[in-house]
Structures are given as structure tokens and as C-alpha cells.
Design a protein around this ligand. Structure first.
Ligand SMILES: C[S@@+](CC[C@H](N)C(=O)[O-])C[C@H]1O[C@@H](n2cnc3c(N)ncnc32)[C@H](O)[C@@H]1O
Length: 215
């Protein structure tokens, strides 16, 4: 496995994904109905994109979309702050893990070249795991390394919403309009959104957002 030890800047909020949590991550999440909705919606979005692209998945987690990337004949890279999550991915994926450039690192400071990948994928991360100020640093890094497309999971409010506190996770507080403006500000142009979780009582929904990169 290619997993150089890179110092993680500060302590990421999501620094709990180690040991047993990492080992049981996918087994537990598969019991959530929306995990399967995310899988189906990701598969449908990927089907619309060209084959044989390079993809980077951050945070890689257990590599849940890897079989879909193989189906598309993508060249695959991933990065996660937790080496234990990458080990878990290796165990779950078996030979599907072969040839993947999976690295330990911090999404806010990526060890990749500008425009290195055709597609960036990021799920269950920017909305809840890091605080808003860090989510914006990460969006800047994502935009730097992506050439053509991104599928980023984020949430927005059904009403006017409000700007999240810089030191809290952004959750689904932004309005749809403000979220689009945020993405546009980093060069992500929204092509299509797929609802993956409905939060009726809070008025907040979660989407896989397919974007193309501004030229
Ligand atoms: C909820 S999991 C999501 C994993 C995967 N994307 C998914 O959809 O199942 C959050 C992941 O973020 C990773 N993580 C937390 N902070 C990070 C950071 N600053 N840089 C990279 N990965 C981070 C954790 O180790 C964990 O694997």
C-alpha cells in the first residue's frame, strides 16, 4: 500500500476514525438506508461522465465507490487522515485495492499537483466533519487539483438559511443560493444535484452535487 506518513496539519475534527471505528465503519453505515441511496446516486452520476478518467476520492474512507470507479476504468487515487481507514479499505476491497494510490494526509494541504485529476469525489465530509473555515480551505485545495469535474456532498437549507459560524461545521445552514455562490467562488459550476438524505424536520437536505470546473 502506498501510504506515506504525512503530518496532518492541526488536529482534524474527524480524527476519531481509528482502530475499531475504522474497522467497523462500513459494516455500521451499511445499516443506514441513506448509505444505499448515496451509492445509487453516485453510480448514476458517474455513469454520465466519460470513462478512463483519473479520480481522487477525499476522504477515501473505506473506498466505498471503488467498484464503480473500476467499472468506469478510472485511474484511482485517494487520501484520508486515518491510516486505519485506508487499512480497512484494503481489507474490504481485496484485489480491487490493487493499483490505487491511497495516501494518508490532510485534505486542507493536499500532496497533489495543480489540475492533477479529471474528477474529485468527496462525501460525508465538508458538511459535518470539519468546521466551516477549514471546509473553505479544503474547497480551495479541491479546486486546485481538479481539472474537469467534482462530485461533492453538501447540504443546504430549504429556506433563507444563514451563514454558519467559522468554527462550527457548516451543516445544512446555507441557503441553496448561498451554497451555489460558495461553490462558484472556488470555480465549481453546479451541473446537477441528487438528493441523498431528506431532513424534513430541520428543513435541511443533503445532496451529491455534480460540478464542472470553470475554464
Ligand atoms: C464520515 S467519514 C467519510 C468517508 C467516506 N468519504 C464516506 O463517504 O464514507 C470521514 C472521513 O474523513 C477523514 N478525515 C477527517 N479529517 C480529515 C482531513 N482533515 N483530511 C482528510 N481526511 C480527513 C476521516 O478519517 C474519515 O475517514
Amino acid at each position: 500500500m502506498n501510504s506515506p506518513k504525512i503530518m496532518v496539519k492541526g488536529r482534524p475534527k474527524g480524527d476519531t476514525y481509528y482502530k475499531d471505528t475504522a474497522r467497523k465503519y462500513e459494516e455500521k453505515r451499511k445499516k443506514q438506508a441513506w448509505w444505499h441511496v448515496e451509492q445509487e446516486q453516485m453510480s448514476q452520476l458517474l455513469d454520465q461522465l466519460p470513462d478512463r478518467m483519473s479520480v481522487v476520492d477525499i476522504p477515501f474512507g473505506t473506498g466505498r465507490f471503488v467498484p464503480m470507479y473500476h467499472k468506469k476504468k478510472f485511474q484511482i487515487a485517494g487520501l484520508d487522515a486515518s491510516g486505519d481507514m485506508i487499512s480497512s479499505a484494503k481489507n474490504i476491497l481485496g484485489s480491487d485495492f490493487d493499483g490505487i494510490d491511497a495516501r494518508v494526509g490532510d485534505a486542507a494541504s493536499l500532496p497533489f499537483k495543480d489540475k492533477e485529476f479529471d474528477l474529485l469525489v468527496s462525501t460525508r465530509f465538508l458538511r459535518d466533519i470539519v468546521v466551516f473555515s477549514v471546509a473553505k480551505e479544503i474547497l480551495r485545495e479541491f479546486a486546485r487539483i481538479t481539472k474537469k469535474y467534482a462530485i461533492i456532498q453538501l447540504g443546504h437549507n430549504r429556506t433563507t438559511g444563514f451563514v454558519p459560524d467559522e468554527n462550527s461545521p457548516m451543516g445544512g445552514w446555507l441557503s441553496e443560493n448561498e451554497l451555489t455562490k460558495l461553490l462558484n467562488g472556488y470555480g465549481f459550476e453546479v451541473m446537477e444535484k441528487r438528493l441523498v438524505l431528506e431532513h424534513n424536520e430541520e428543513g435541511k437536505d443533503i445532496y451529491h452535487i455534480l460540478c464542472k470546473m470553470a475554464p
